[in-house]
Design a protein around this ligand. Structure first.
Ligand SMILES: [Zn+2]
Length: 80
């Protein structure tokens, strides 16, 4: 495995962007970066992308990179 970082994408339509963003921040405790969906570029990279909530074609793409260089297996569970 040569993964230096962990990368995750989410897709959202205009209507569900806030919803999905809240969800990610809430449950994953991370803040992904937000980009407009670019049909020319992104539909090639993610041909099956659709809104996480309603399944329609996305208007936004949310990407999160986690730098794992300085992490060991001692992961903390989120506690509220
Ligand atoms: Zn949607």
């Amino acid at each position: 495995m040569s993964n230096d970082g962990y990368k995750k994408e989410w897709f959202a339509c205009e209507k569900h962007l806030e919803f999905i963003l809240d969800d990610i921040v809430d449950y994953q405790a991370i803040a992904p970066s937000l980009d407009l969906w670019d049909n020319h570029r992104d539909s090639l990279r993610f041909p099956e992308a659709c809104c996480e909530k309603c399944g329609s074609s996305p208007d936004y793409i949310l990407t999160y990179f986690e730098d794992r260089t300085d992490k060991n297996a001692n992961s903390n569970h989120h506690s509220r």
